[in-house]
Design a protein around this ligand. Structure first.
Ligand SMILES: Nc1ncnc2c1ncn2[C@@H]1O[C@H](COP(=O)(O)OP(=O)(O)O)[C@@H](O)[C@H]1O
Ligand SMILES: [Mg+2]
Length: 145
C-alpha cells in the first residue's frame, strides 16, 4: 500500500540529475508505470539514466527516441524505457509488444506519454520536469493505490 506523495527537487545540473536517480530508487516498487513529462531537452532521459545506474545497470543508456523502446534486463527486474515522441499511431505500441512489458517485475518509464494515453494504464508515478533559470525542477508524484 502506497500513500499519495509529492516530492519536489531542485536539480542544478546533469550530475545532480543522475544522482537524483539514486534518491528516487526508494520510491520505486515494481510493478510501476512512471510517466515523465516535460519539454524536449529538459532531462527526462538523463533522469532515467540515473535511475538505471542506481539499479546497477553498467552499460550504455541511450535515448529511445528512434527505437521507441529500450529494454534493460536487470535479472530480477525488467526495465523498459519508452519515448513516444515520434510515435505516429498508437498501434505501434501494440506492434512493439507493450502488453508484454507489464509484469510483476517491471518498471516502465515513458517519455511523452501524452502521445498514447489511451493505450497506457494509469501511471503509478507522474514525474514533471521543468526548466529553471539554473537547472531544473523535478516533481515526483506517487499515486495512492
Ligand atoms: N538538472 C539539469 N540541469 C541542467 N541540465 C541538465 C539537467 N538534467 C539534464 N540536463 C541536460 O539536458 C540535456 C537534455 O537532456 P535529456 O535527458 O536528453 O532530455 P529529454 O529526455 O527530456 O529530451 C542534456 O544535455 C543534459 O545534460
Ligand atoms: Mg529523452
Amino acid at each position: 500500500m502506497m500513500k499519495p506523495q509529492s516530492l519536489t527537487f531542485t536539480v542544478p545540473d546533469e550530475a545532480s540529475m543522475l544522482a537524483l536517480g539514486e534518491q528516487l530508487m526508494a520510491y520505486l516498487r515494481p510493478p510501476q508505470l512512471i510517466c515523465l513529462h516535460g519539454e524536449l531537452g529538459v532531462g527526462k532521459t538523463t533522469l532515467v539514466r540515473g535511475i538505471l545506474r542506481a539499479l546497477g545497470w553498467q552499460g550504455h543508456v541511450k535515448s529511445p527516441t528512434f527505437t521507441v523502446v529500450e529494454p534493460y534486463d536487470l535479472g530480477a527486474l525488467q526495465v523498459y524505457h519508452l519515448d513516444l515522441y515520434r510515435l505516429t499511431s498508437a498501434d505501434e505500441l501494440e506492434f512493439i509488444g507493450i502488453r508484454d512489458y507489464f509484469t510483476q517485475h517491471s518498471l516502465i518509464f515513458v517519455e511523452w506519454p501524452s502521445r498514447a494515453l489511451q493505450c497506457l494504464p494509469a501511471a503509478d508515478v507522474n514525474c514533471y520536469i521543468d526548466m529553471q533559470a539554473h537547472g531544473r525542477e523535478v516533481r515526483w508524484l506517487i499515486k495512492a493505490h
